[in-house]
Design a protein around this ligand. Structure first.
Ligand SMILES: C[S@@+](CC[C@H](N)C(=O)[O-])C[C@H]1O[C@@H](n2cnc3c(N)ncnc32)[C@H](O)[C@@H]1O
Length: 360
């Protein structure tokens, strides 16, 4: 697979002629909100900040219209807000935002190399801008003593309890270090840790193209390419490379929440999983794990404590199938993402889990 030929996921842009209502400092905000709710496009013309203010006003207006303690109305509100806010546009000329005092976002050139001029929604620009800040600044991963530069639309850790658990466990691992697979490589942190601990051949797979593209860039920067192969695809990615190969170690930090809806390609797949993911995973893991190999899964009781009736997929596997037995289960209390989330009570009870399984 030639990673340089992968085309990254990116927000939709508008390049065709469309009817647009201009929004300037002189516009009547209530009229503009009316246009957005009727489904018309509105172009922010003067300052970047005006787009932020318009979003704020739209939110305020819709909140007044809907009783937000009613679940149905809350859903309606969110849907309408999403739709209407996506109609607020910014113009890009020569890969730069045309409005005054706007941030400079390198993704506009990287993700749309052949399209210089276009319209893009304000919320999408906010997402690109925040991702760009992380990408250029980088994120220090203390347990690995290195910095990653997370690519657009790729999951990266903002809380570190699962990495701590993994780092503590890998120090105690004494098996063969020839072949490991990191399923759902994301921004590469587990693969990098495996290589730092002496694994010779690590295969990182992911269904998200951007994860493969971004981890490849970081792997080159950090000089891990001799030991790391990246493959786009589902779970073990059955192809010539690993058809007959078995692994000493299989690691999977899967999405933690089950959903009934169809997943969107990209970061959505880092958080949510569809029915059947774990059934397929354990079935394949039985085939791909060496006789004395270890299967390591990271998970969390997040779904359980937030009241979802989702069953714990690892417990279910151990209970219902005679494929693996538990060697160990380590738990660590998840630290809050930020001070703001600390007041949410259930955070106190959130545990990250590291499961070590062996063949039966
Ligand atoms: C919670 S993130 C973990 C990322 C990284 N390993 C870490 O620990 O920070 C889960 C990752 O699994 C990927 N993923 C989800 N379903 C997958 C599948 N069926 N096959 C391969 N990767 C998958 C997601 O795209 C995401 O990058």
């Amino acid at each position: 697979m030639d990673i340089s030929k992968l085309r990254p996921n990116r927000p939709n842009i508008i390049v065709s002629e469309i009817k647009i209502i201009s929004y300037t400092l002189k516009s009547n905000v209530q009229e503009i909100i009316g246009e957005l709710i009727s489904g018309n496009y509105v172009l922010v013309e003067d300052f970047y900040n005006e787009g932020l203010k318009l979003l704020h006003q739209l939110k305020k207006y819709l909140k007044k219209e809907y009783r937000l303690n009613d679940y149905q109305q809350q859903r309606e509100y969110r849907k309408l807000y999403r739709q209407a806010s996506q109609k607020i546009l910014l113009e890009v000329v020569d890969h730069q935002l045309r409005v005054k005092k706007s941030p400079s976002i390198g993704w506009l050139k990287i993700l749309y190399p052949n399209t210089y001029d276009f319209f893009i929604s304000f919320p999408d620009i906010q997402g690109l801008n925040s991702s760009w800040q992380w990408y250029i600044k980088g994120l220090e991963i203390k347990t690995l003593n290195l910095k990653i530069h997370p690519y657009y639309d790729v999951y990266f850790p903002t809380r570190f309890s699962h990495l701590n658990l993994f780092s503590n466990w890998i120090k105690t691992y004494s098996g063969s270090k020839e072949h490991a697979i990191d399923i759902g490589v994301g921004s590469g942190v587990i693969s990098f840790s495996l290589i730092q601990h002496g694994f010779l051949n690590v295969l990182g797979t992911d269904t998200n193209k951007n994860a493969i593209i971004g981890t490849d860039l970081d792997s080159k920067r950090l000089e891990f390419t001799d030991n790391l192969t990246l493959k786009l695809g589902d779970l073990f990615v059955e192809d010539v490379y690993n058809k007959h190969k078995k692994f000493d170690l299989i690691v999977f930090n899967p999405p933690w929440l089950k959903t009934e809806r169809k997943l969107i390609n990209g970061i959505d797949q880092a958080i949510y999983y569809e029915d059947g993911l774990f059934t397929r995973f354990f079935k394949d893991a039985k085939i791909y794990l060496k006789e004395k190999g270890k299967l390591v899964l990271l998970f969390s009781n997040f779904a359980e404590i937030t009241g979802s009736n989702q069953k714990h997929p690892i417990n279910e596997e151990l209970k219902n199938n005679n494929r693996f037995i538990q060697e160990n289960l380590f738990k660590q209390q998840a630290s809050p993402a930020s001070k703001k989330t600390r007041r949410k009570d259930w955070r106190k009870h959130e545990n990250t889990e590291l499961w070590v399984l062996n063949h039966t």
